[in-house]
Design a protein around this ligand. Sequence first.
Ligand code: PMV
Length: 324
Amino acid sequence: MTVATARAHPNIALVKYWGKRDAAQNLPATGSLSMTLDVFPTTTTVALDETLDADAFTLNGRAASGVPRERVIRFLDLVRERAGSTTRARVSSTNTVPSGAGLASSASGFAALAGAAAAAYGLDLDQRALTRLARRGSGSAARSIVAGFAVWHAGDDEHSFAEPVDAPALAMVVATVDASEKPVSSRDAMRRTALTSPYYPAWISSTEQSLRAALAACRDGDVARLGRIAETNALRMHAAIQASDPPIRYLSPASIAILDRVEALRADGVGAFATADAGPNVVVLCRPGDADAVRAALAGLAELIVAHPGPGLHVELGAEAVTP
Ligand code: PMV
């Protein structure tokens, strides 16, 4: 029996991925830029088992079924095809995101699964190839393979990989206003935005510009410029999503209250900037030295967690224990 265990962390995009150029290969319509966090890793063990007729998937100690299980099996099929294997596997995965944290686990989940499955099935992949593999499970997972800041390139299968970029020191205050499951999945909402939102073409062209500008701000070490670009990009994404038919609104009054507070912080001279993924929770970017001031300003509005740049994928061959 071959066993491998991998650990990966969630990431938050400063320039977002929202829209596919190719759904089968999970190729994004635009490039994106993110920070991998130092909190809430997912740890996943893949154990090959010749005696199994079907893959088994356990999530946080419980046998998973339905769509989550199907996505894992489809991903293992891809790895098996590349490895020339038909052996089924036991996959056990542990997310350490507290249910109140509001951080999506698909990025850390598929990054850890890619690392553990590739090692267990004997694929010898470098970091770039692992990001391309993780991309097939969930687009944003490509970026969680990489430590700290990552750019994930648009392009064909070969060129759509994630790689590290240098960026200025940054902290993220994760503000959870609602930890319940979102009403429309990002997969479905992305498709609906591309098909029905009249703002989708403008979203795509403006995001290409934002990515170039954000990478320049990273090179210059300019936190304020990077933060401004991130906030504008996030609000443009939500504007494009809201203009879908039927419309989808992810931001709630509680999210807007945080956006207002972030504006007030800026008026007081604190360099704080907001972003939000496909849900009501808001993440506030700032210099590490301002994280306490941001946290104090948001107290009472949300559950708050301060995160910093975190490690990339870590894989151990032969390890069987899954420790959260
Ligand atoms: O990787 P997915 O399919 O979960 O989509 C991620 C979408 C956003 O989180 C909203 C944006 C991003 O770039 O992470």
